[in-house]
Write a protein that binds this ligand. Structure first.
Ligand SMILES: Cc1cc2nc3c(=O)[nH]c(=O)nc-3n(C[C@H](O)[C@H](O)[C@H](O)COP(=O)(O)OP(=O)(O)OC[C@H]3O[C@@H](n4cnc5c(N)ncnc54)[C@H](O)[C@@H]3O)c2cc1C
Length: 373
C-alpha cells in the first residue's frame, strides 16, 4: 500500500513525488513512457517570472519564480545553471508594459549594458536541466513504466489498474487523456518545438523576446519555443519540423545575430493549459452527486466550494502552460500542505471554479438531463 500514487512523471508529478518523499511517505509514480517523456522533456526549462503589468497569473508566477529559484538552488544545484536574463520588449506596447513592470516589481533588477533599442528588464534567473531534475526528484519513489487505465475507489483505498493500492492519487498527466471524466475539466494541449543549435556566435545572457535563447556553452545554444495551437499529435497529422526550425531561427535572429548555425537537436511536446491560464490544483468535484444535492444554490456569483462533493483523496496538478518548471515546485508544496496539514488551496487554482461556471451555464432542463444520464 502506497501513501501517494502519482500518475505522470513530468515536472508536476516529479515535484509532488519529491515533496512527499521529504516527508518519508511511500510514493509510487507511473508514466506510460519514461520520466520526463511528455511536455517536460521538451522544455527549455527557463525559470523566469511573467513580465506583465498586473493580473493573477503574473502575481502567481512572480511568487513561484522566487520560490522555485531558491528551491532549485537549495535542492538541485547540479541541475540549475544561473545566468542573467535580458527580457526585451517586442514592440511599443510592450515597452510601456516593461516600464510599468520595472516601476512596481519587488524583484532585484540588474543594469546590464546592451545595445537593444527597446525597453528591457534584466535580472538573475536560471535554466534547469529538464530531464535530469525530474529524475533526481523521483529518486526514492518507485517508478513504474505503465499506462494507468483504471482507477477504482473502495474502503478508503484507490486501486490502479487492478494491481496497485494507494491512499492518495495525484493526477499529473499533463495534456494527455484525462482519467476522471468530468465535463467541466478541460485541459488544452499547446504544441511546442525547441531546438539546440551549434553556432560560432557567443552569447553571454539568457535572451527573451520572441523566443528564449540560452547562453552558449561549448558553442551550443538552446532556442525555444513555438506555440502551435493547431497541431495535434493525436490526429496523426505529420509535423513539419523544418517549418518549426525556420520559425525559431527567424525569431531568435530578432534578438541576436546568429552566425554559422547548425541545428543539432529538436525537442517537441505538448504543454497543458486551462481556459483562464491559471493551473488546476486540488480536489475534483463529482458533478452528478453535487448537482443532486438540492440544498446547493448554483446561481450565485460567489460559490461556496466547501459544500460540493469531491472524489476522496484524489487531486490534480495540471495546466501550467509555458511555465511548468517555474510553477511545479511551488504548486507541489501547496498541494502537500493541503493533503498533510489541511491548508486551504487558493480558490483561484481550485478546479471547482470550472465546475461552478459550467453548472451555472446549464439550463434547469440540461441539468436534469445530465443527472439522469
Ligand atoms: C517546447 C516546450 C518548451 C517549454 N519551455 C518551457 C520553459 O522554458 N520553462 C517552463 O517553465 N516551461 C516550459 N515549457 C512548459 C512545460 O514543459 C510544461 O508546463 C510542463 O512540462 C508540464 O508538466 P506536466 O508534468 O504537467 O506534464 P508532462 O510533462 O506532459 O507530463 C505528463 C506525463 O504524464 C504521462 N501520462 C499521461 N497519461 C498517463 C497515464 N494514463 N498513465 C501513465 N502516464 C501518463 C505522460 O507520458 C507524461 O510524461 C515548455 C514546453 C514545451 C512543449
Amino acid at each position: 500500500m502506497y501513501d501517494i500514487a502519482i500518475i505522470g512523471a513530468g515536472i508536476n508529478g516529479s515535484s509532488v513525488a519529491y515533496e512527499f518523499l521529504q516527508e518519508n511517505k511511500k510514493v509510487i509514480i507511473f508514466d506510460k513512457n519514461a520520466i520526463a517523456s511528455g511536455g517536460s522533456g521538451a522544455a527549455g526549462a527557463f525559470i523566469s517570472p511573467k513580465f506583465s503589468k498586473t493580473g493573477d497569473l503574473k502575481d502567481m508566477l512572480n511568487e513561484a519564480f522566487v520560490y522555485s529559484m531558491d528551491y532549485y538552488k537549495t535542492n538541485f544545484p547540479n541541475e540549475l545553471s544561473i545566468s542573467s536574463l535580458i527580457h526585451i520588449a517586442k514592440d511599443k506596447s510592450q515597452n510601456e508594459t516593461l516600464r510599468v513592470y520595472k516601476k512596481n516589481t519587488a524583484l532585484k533588477l540588474l543594469n546590464i549594458a546592451h545595445s537593444y533599442q527597446n525597453e528591457t528588464v534584466c535580472l538573475r534567473t536560471g535554466i534547469v536541466d529538464a530531464v535530469a531534475v525530474c529524475q533526481a526528484m523521483c529518486k526514492g519513489a518507485l517508478f513504474v513504466k505503465e499506462e494507468i487505465k483504471s482507477l477504482v475507489y473502495g474502503d478508503g483505498v484507490w486501486v490502479l489498474n487492478e494491481s496497485y493500492c494507494a491512499k492518495n492519487i495525484i493526477l499529473a498527466n499533463g495534456a494527455y487523456k484525462q482519467l476522471i471524466d468530468e465535463p467541466y475539466i478541460k485541459v488544452y494541449g499547446i504544441w511546442g518545438h525547441r531546438i539546440d543549435i551549434r553556432s560560432s556566435t557567443k552569447n553571454e545572457y539568457i535572451l527573451h523576446q520572441e523566443v528564449s535563447i540560452s547562453p552558449s556553452k561549448e558553442c551550443i545554444l538552446a532556442i525555444g519555443a513555438t506555440h502551435d495551437v493547431d497541431y495535434d499529435p493525436d490526429t496523426n497529422k505529420s509535423y513539419d519540423i523544418q517549418k518549426g526550425r525556420n520559425e525559431l531561427l527567424q525569431k531568435a535572429k530578432i534578438s541576436i545575430d546568429l552566425q554559422n548555425v547548425e541545428v543539432i537537436k529538436d525537442y517537441t511536446g505538448l504543454r497543458s493549459g486551462s481556459v483562464d491560464y491559471i493551473p488546476f490544483l486540488g480536489s475534483i468535484v463529482i458533478s452528478k452527486k453535487t448537482m443532486k444535492n438540492k440544498s446547493i444554490y448554483f446561481e450565485t456569483k460567489k460559490a461556496n466550494y466547501e459544500v460540493y462533493d469531491y472524489y476522496p483523496n484524489l487531486y490534480m496538478i495540471n495546466g501550467s502552460g509555458g511555465y511548468g518548471f517555474v510553477l511545479a515546485p511551488y504548486l507541489a508544496n501547496i498541494l502537500k500542505e493541503h493533503i498533510l496539514n489541511n491548508k486551504k488551496i487558493d480558490n483561484k487554482m481550485n478546479p471547482a471554479r470550472f465546475f461552478h461556471k459550467w453548472v451555472k451555464n446549464l439550463s434547469p432542463r440540461e441539468r436534469r438531463k445530465y443527472i439522469q444520464k
